[in-house]
Design a protein around this ligand. Sequence first.
Ligand SMILES: Nc1nc2c(c(=O)[nH]1)N[C@H]1C(S)=C(S)[C@@H](COP(=O)(O)O)O[C@H]1N2
Ligand SMILES: [Mo]
Length: 418
Amino acid sequence: MTEIPRRQFIATAAAGLASAGLATQLGTAAEPPSAIAPKINRPPPPAGPHPFLTPAGDFEDVSRGTPNPGTLRGEALTRARLTPETWRLEVTADDTRVDYVQEMTSIGRPLTLDLPTLRELGEKHAVRYIKAMQCLNIPSPLGQGLWEGVPLRDVLRLVGKMNNVRRIFYWGFHNDDPKQMFRSSLSYSQVMETPPGELPVFLAYRLNGEPLPLKRGGPVRMVVPWAHGFKSVKWLQRIVLSNDYKANDTYAEKNNDPESHLKTAAYVNDVAKRFAAGQPVTVTGRAIAGWSGLRRVEYWLRPIAGGTGELADNDPAWETASWTQCRLDEPPANWSGTLPAGVAPRDVLGFDRQTGQPLSWPLRYSMVGWSAAISGLAPGHYEIRARSVDLNGFAQPEPRPMLKTGRNPIQVRRFEVG
Ligand SMILES: Nc1nc2c(c(=O)[nH]1)N[C@H]1C(S)=C(S)[C@@H](COP(=O)(O)O)O[C@H]1N2
Ligand SMILES: [Mo]
């Protein structure tokens, strides 16, 4: 596996996408190198088709830290307490005084939890759901997993009575170097309450039916269903209950919105550069059902004479664009071939307990494939764009693009017929 430093990745991706007109949309993605600059540890994902569940090793990896904790082995791994035997989670009350907070947090007792105890808790309170992992800053999904573990609220109940807790801060192993710490946070209510139909935040120790591998943040990782990847802290080791109401996610320091939600958006797979005349053109992609849900995906095909493939936001062509509905992949007819062995759909959140059928399609915060088969194209050059329409009926790029709340520009690919 080659490590591609982020800057180089952006340069490569920008070069690759320049012809597709996405270069400008990637313009501000490169972050200055620093101790916590993330590394994208694999090349962009293959063109597809993509399996419904991404094998654990095939996720795009976004990790800070040198060395990447996911690469530790042997003695170093034991010292880091990242083996199943050595892993511990510490839950404490924040004892830092800040002038804008009047009352200090108190809890019944601080907690040190090992993996067997967490698993035992999981026998009573197990949750499983399917979620796409998506980085706020990367214009393609990282992967989709069946994550399994224990709700954070059930772990926090173990500290007894809590007073003055408004925020929950958490971080993972970071090479014992404060500069490499990658911390995230949630509000008390987000952790302790789950609205109907919403999914709980949980501590995941299984992925796709297997123990969560080190590479994906094992032994234990936070999983926050509605959020971009930065809330789902890997190599989790510390939780601090605090009355400091300010979100203090490391990600916020990089100008990202720490309260962002997963964006509903369509992503277009790579398209062959040339199709023979008379041959049907099939374009495929993936779409994420974000906070506002996903109703459908649409494509817009237009002949082009030449040009760069860029279309300014105020280009009049948008006004006359004609959008055609794409085919969304249907739920698998037989879930047992899709879910890991031994996992019944009725035991997965988002599925009906009785019938084992998905309660919505696509599942909340999941990713689904789409395709469009186009025939009868005259020889020439074409551009194809795809957009999502959410459950409010808002077409992408709604919600309004603000790159630091999650990238959702409309993607474009170009090809030639003839
Ligand atoms: N400890 C730790 N957890 C982390 C990160 C990190 O750098 N360190 N990166 C976060 C970000 S920004 C993303 S997008 C996801 C990526 O998850 P993945 O590597 O499993 O695909 O992990 C999150 N969890
Ligand atoms: Mo990220």
